[in-house]
Design a protein around this ligand. Structure first.
Ligand SMILES: [Zn+2]
Length: 141
């Protein structure tokens, strides 16, 4: 389960719409409780993929490191990531599945003609390696 307050979800959708038609990405800081990831902050990260920015993303590793440090200082952790799929459905691609880690929420936002039209969250399962959808809730714990 991904628990994300509505204002943060709206912030994520706006970031994905602003970046269209490129893929946008970011990370969630929060806490894990009983297997549920509760988001407290959403941070945009620069997509450093220069060859295929429209259908690939690669979060700036230095920004991600700085964010992990900030998380630790605030007793939070990175609980998930988001990225957009410009003009594609909010389903993980083969590349997404290859590059994901277990234990995180992966929110994918479909942006069509500059508008966020759908979003779903996914968790990686291993053996066999595949993404499984998880519910998203906006209400407080
Ligand atoms: Zn993707």
């Amino acid at each position: 389960m991904l628990r994300i307050p509505e204002p943060l979800l709206l912030q994520v959708l706006a970031h994905c719409e602003d970046g269209y038609p490129a893929e946008c990405c970011g990370a969630f800081l929060g806490r894990v409780r009983d297997g549920e990831r509760a988001v407290e902050e959403a941070h945009p990260l620069t997509n450093v993929n220069r060859e295929r920015p429209r259908d690939r993303y690669e979060a700036d590793p230095r920004e991600l490191l700085a964010l992990e440090r900030k998380a630790r200082e605030n007793a939070l952790s990175v609980v998930g990531f988001y990225h957009s799929h410009p003009d594609h459905p909010e389903r993980p691609s083969a590349t997404d599945t290859e590059r994901a880690w277990p234990g995180y929420s992966y929110l994918i936002v479909s942006v069509r003609e500059g508008r966020a039209t759908g979003w779903r969250s996914w968790v990686l399962e291993e053996d066999p390696r595949r993404f499984v959808e998880e519910p998203i809730t906006g209400s407080a714990a």
